[in-house]
Design a protein around this ligand. Structure first.
Ligand code: AMP
Length: 400
């Protein structure tokens, strides 16, 4: 696979799969442009070399073909601004004559944005004919959409087979995502702590199982911790619990003990009498929560307990908040953990934050710039750490 930074794009039309799946408000204004910003360095390098750029992406989940609500045309003006005023052409169909003609006439330094790929059902089905039509638009294929790398869609994986090994590559964003993930997965400095939180144990079971093979310590916080507390014989009141996962949780605790992996559960919790920002709150040992009360954040002792583990770690992977951080009363635990990760990073640890809500949390605290890497791909990162092969990565790195 060619190295993107070394590749000379002069006179070349690069077809780039980006992840421009940004949130829009009712007026079709972009409310968070991080995903667009993340693709800018890749686009700029190609333009600077004297190449031209054809961008393709999905936006939302359109059900029945084209609708204005999910049109990428709403992104054209902002994209042009992000690229420093470069004119952005738009094709209102991602395949077909207009796309073919506009792409064909594209000159060096020009950018063409194609309409939403998911207006065609063939995209998510990974249809070869559709992928071939997209492939015909560019000379080389660049995948810079880590957020959809876990999907075997036409534009993220299938398309790669229509380009020879020397004409398909990762973009800068994809490259840095893969490099950071690989560093944690295969070259983790020890001790390696994985901090796993969030609401649902069922979503995180596979990642926990895979981490048992790699991590030195696993911190479990958030709502999912209470299923483990229950498995360990605790009384958890009305806290979140996935009854059908208690058995699996117990097995995981037993396997961790055999493997010598330390599982850290929060010793205490901030409990509330209802799931509400203005609920009555109190502190309680996590394994003895009164009936009618629920744990919505880790307590002060747990913050110190977890901070000590994080402080002595050389590699940190964080996925999922420690509590209901969206509400101020239950934010403290997640913030303490974020600060501990920042502190460990300052003293040389490599820290990777991945997964929608933990990324939202570090952004909320203004700490995103103080960890080693913040991943843009929640689902993709999760699947990577579950040990699965991501089709978007495999399609390119396998070459051929
Ligand atoms: P997930 O998508 O599974 O990572 O879960 C993220 C969500 O978990 C966030 O919206 C949090 O508000 C929620 N959460 C974290 N801790 C708790 C808790 N103790 N009880 C209920 N929800 C929680």
């Amino acid at each position: 696979m060619p190295d993107f930074s070394q590749f000379n794009f002069k006179g070349i039309k690069a077809l780039i799969r980006v992840d421009f799946n940004v949130p829009l408000n009712e007026q079709f204004e972009i409310t968070d442009d991080n995903r667009m910003r993340a693709a800018v360095p890749t686009i700029q390098k190609i333009l600077k070399d004297g190449g031209s750029v054809i961008l393709m992406s999905h936006l939302g989940r359109p059900k029945d073909g084209p609708t204005d609500k999910y049109s990428l045309s709403h992104l054209v003006k902002h994209l042009s601004e992000l690229l420093g005023g470069v004119k952005v052409l738009f094709a209102n169909d991602c395949i077909g004559e207009q796309a073919r003609l506009t792409a064909g006439m594209l000159k060096p330094g020009e950018v063409l944005l194609l309409e939403n790929l998911r207006f065609y059902k063939e995209e998510e089905k990974g249809d070869e004919g559709f992928a071939k039509k997209l492939a015909a638009l560019g000379d080389v294929y660049v995948n810079d959409a880590f957020g959809t790398a876990h999907r075997a869609h036409a534009s993220t994986a299938v398309i790669a087979k229509f380009f020879p090994g020397d004409k398909k590559m990762f973009g800068l964003l994809m490259e840095s995502e893969v490099r950071s993930a690989e560093k944690v997965m295969h070259q983790a400095g020890k001790p390696f702590v994985a901090i796993i939180g969030g609401a649902k144990v069922s979503d995180k079971m596979l990642i926990l199982e895979n981490l048992l093979e790699r991590a030195t310590d696993i911190i479990i916080g958030g709502g999912m911790a209470y299923t483990f507390m229950k498995a360990a014989g605790g009384h958890i009141g009305n806290s979140l619990c996935e009854a059908d996962r208690v058995g699996t949780a117990l097995e995981l605790l037993a396997r961790a003990a055999v493997k010598g992996v330390c599982i850290h559960l929060p010793s205490d919790s901030i409990i509330a009498d209802k799931f509400d920002a203005h609920a009555q709150t109190s502190a309680s040992p996590s394994n003895n929560i009164p009936d009618g009360w629920m744990g919505l954040d880790i307590g002060q002792n747990a913050c110190e307990q977890f901070t000590n583990v994080i402080r002595r770690s050389k590699t940190i992977l964080w996925n999922g908040p420690m509590g209901v951080f969206e509400m101020e009363s239950f934010r403290h635990g997640t913030k303490s953990i974020a600060l501990a990760v920042v502190e460990a990073t300052k003293t040389g640890a490599f820290s990777l934050v991945g997964g929608g809500d933990s990324v939202a949390a570090v952004n909320m605290f203004g700490l995103a710039g103080q960890v080693s890497y913040v991943s843009t791909g929640g689902g993709a990162m999760l699947e990577y750490f579950e040990g699965k092969e991501l089709p978007g990565i495999a399609a390119i790195s396998r070459g051929s």
